[in-house]
Design a protein around this ligand. Structure first.
Ligand code: AMP
Length: 352
């Protein structure tokens, strides 16, 4: 167990790190952020900040030696240099979770033997491979980068086989997926303690706009409700197989034929931001509790319902209007520049 007063290291300097650090501070921990970018909205609320590259082994070693445990808020941290972190201190969740989640092909291959059902998929290395994939799986479909894609970035929709002509030159490993005709999207959010104790939050229904999460609503629709048990069973198996410690998010499409696996995130997740006010214990607090070996908090809903809206780009300018409704809980991440498509904050409303 890592007692309050110790220092928690966070790899990554964005809003997830910021909210983790705020939760850690409430429990009496200090946080030390490690990120390559000199501006860090997580570091703004932390005791220590190391600004260094992911491959700077000396800096990583120095950082890790000052932390009782290190976690990550960003799943694309390169895995190889983390060996120096693991040699110096505890890394939670285990980096096997990063290895799986960083590569869409590894992720799909990992869940299939456990009974997970992704959309039909095929790895694509070049144009000839793409033509074969479209021929086999059919169109419409989505071509995605295997690595480093997020918020719908690195994706091309292929509505008919002729759309292959609009695909840019293939210079990275890709995966082609059949387009899922879903009724809705949802996520399973769980926390697993070091002792194997697993708890689930209510699953939010997630609405995306241009690939970016726009709104999470709890409780989800009855269709999703009927698929949660199967989805939770898969998420629980993933967590057990990875000997996972911390918060894990698994995203699904709710289809007429049941839940279709989309992707997993080995970290706190945007679709869990509603838990700050909407659950008895937030995802951020339970992640800190889990990685420090503390007893987990109750994940039960704290209201009849919850709606969380992301504030994307210019939405953040509406902060005054949002605050004029006393029932709104406003979270601004302190990002200096507003850019289209950038997550600037979120607002949560409880249905009491
Ligand atoms: P991703 O980054 O893979 O989660 O994709 C972002 C969003 O694009 C998802 O939340 C869906 O709304 C949509 N999307 C991604 N893959 C598919 C698919 N195979 N079929 C239908 N919609 C998809």
């Amino acid at each position: 167990m890592i007692p309050p007063g110790e220092t928690i290291g966070i790899l990554g300097g964005g809003q997830l790190g910021r909210m983790l650090a705020l939760a850690a501070a409430n429990l009496g921990y200090r946080c030390h952020v490690y990120a390559p970018e000199p501006e860090s909205i997580a570091a703004d609320v932390c005791a220590e900040f190391t600004c260094a590259g992911w491959h700077d082994l000396a800096a990583l070693e120095r950082f890790a030696s000052q932390c009782a445990v290190v976690t990550y808020e960003f799943e694309n941290v390169p895995v190889e240099p983390l060996a120096v972190v693991r040699a110096a201190t505890r890394l939670q969740p285990h980096c096997k979770a990063l290895e799986v989640a960083q590569d869409r092909v590894a992720e799909k291959s990992f869940v299939e033997p456990m009974g997970g059902r992704p959309a039909p998929w095929a790895p694509v290395a070049d144009m000839a491979g793409l033509a074969i994939a479209i021929d086999t799986i059919g169109a419409p479909g989505i071509l995605k980068t295997r690595r480093d894609g997020y918020d719908g970035k690195g994706q091309w929709r292929i509505m008919t086989p002729a759309d292959i002509d609009n695909v840019p030159e293939i210079d990275r490993a890709l995966v082609y997926e059949g387009l899922v005709r879903f009724e809705a999207e949802f996520s399973v959010l769980l926390v697993r303690g070091a002792d194997g104790d697993v708890r689930f939050w209510d699953s939010p229904e997630n609405r995306h706009n241009r690939g970016i999460l726009a709104r999470s609503t709890v409780p989800a629709s009855p269709l999703i409700g009927s698929q949660i048990a199967e989805a939770r069973a898969l998420a629980g198996k993933i967590a057990a197989e990875l000997d996972y410690v911390g918060v894990l998010a698994v995203e699904f499409f709710a289809t007429e034929a049941g839940p279709v696996f989309n992707e997993m995130a080995p970290r706190v997740h945007n679709s869990g931001h509603w838990t700050i006010e909407g659950a008895l214990t937030s995802q951020f607090e339970n992640h800190i509790r889990a990685i420090c070996g503390l007893p987990l908090g109750d994940c039960a809903l704290a209201a009849r319902g919850v709606v969380m809206d992301n504030l994307i780009g210019d939405d953040a300018h509406d902060w005054h209007q949002i605050l004029s409704d006393p029932c709104n809980h406003l979270h601004l991440y302190g990002k200096a520049a507003v850019r289209p498509g950038r997550k600037m904050g979120h607002v949560t409303r409880l249905v009491l």
